[in-house]
Design a protein around this ligand. Structure first.
Ligand SMILES: [Zn+2]
Length: 250
């Protein structure tokens, strides 16, 4: 091989080495860029999540809790005597259908008229076990309200006192419910209720209306109104997730 040829070969080898090096550098740079984006993405997600929650959602399961059941009928209608437990289940099942049709994974705490335990204490504990075992990312309890003043009406949404995630979810659902039912907007409410004490997930209790109010009672027993309730809650949940993803928590 002549000098020139060796030079050429060496040059080619150098170029190849440089090319390999450049490729390796590009691969490394790309990997680093991806890793950085991942870190940034994680940081962004973490900063967004930190606004809403102290723990990341453990699963994508929405737990729907139809309040009362069996021996515990809950409130009863002032006009017809209809049991709250029955209406809760009807709305919860419509909500389940609505959420499943929108692609959510749903688990119900009860699917029939029976309670979830033989005593009130066991019933509540078992509901909590379902929420925990399913590693719920959101819990929605469905109830019907009652009050001594029969003129009080309309839906209410409660969240665990001090829970930012719970408040964010409750605000979204309250807004969408009022929209769906064509009612004036009202605020969600903080409370300290056993069913809301779910530290792993934002949890809300939706009081669909007042069984102590005759107009509400008529609406709450109407399947078409029940569908509007389910759609309103589902819209609020979708809004909550959309805000969670975009970091818009206003
Ligand atoms: Zn109730």
């Amino acid at each position: 091989m002549c000098e020139g040829g060796r030079f050429f070969t060496e040059k080619k080898q150098i170029i190849r080495k440089l090319a390999d090096g450049a490729l390796a550098a590009a691969v490394l740079f790309g990997a680093l860029a991806l890793a950085w984006q991942g870190v940034r993405g994680t940081r962004k997600a973490a900063s967004v999540l930190s606004v809403f929650e102290e723990h990341e959602p453990a699963s994508s399961v929405i737990v729907i809790d139809a309040g009362h059941g069996g021996f515990d009928g809950g409130a009863s209608g002032s006009r017809t005597g209809v049991r709250e437990a029955e209406l809760n289940l009807a709305v919860a099942r419509l909500l389940e259908r609505e959420l499943v049709s929108r692609g959510y994974s749903v688990v119900m705490t009860r699917t029939d008229d029976d309670a979830v335990g033989e005593t009130k204490g066991a019933d509540m504990e078992n509901r909590k076990l379902i929420m925990r075992d399913e590693r719920a990312c959101v819990v929605i309890s469905i109830h019907m309200n009652k009050f001594t003043d029969p003129t009080v009406s309309g839906p209410m949404v409660f969240y665990m006192k001090g829970s930012e995630r719970g408040k964010a979810l409750a605000d979204c659902i309250m807004y969408s419910l009022c929209e769906a039912l064509g009612r004036p907007q009202r605020c969600s409410n903080p409370e300290d209720l056993f069913v809301l004490r779910v530290p792993e997930a934002p949890s809300v209790l939706v009081e669909c209306g007042f069984l102590s109010n005759p107009e509400d009672e008529a609406l709450l027993t109407d399947p078409e109104h029940q569908k509007k309730l389910a759609a309103g809650v589902a819209d609020g949940l979708a809004d909550y997730f959309a805000r969670l993803n975009t970091g818009d928590n206003d």
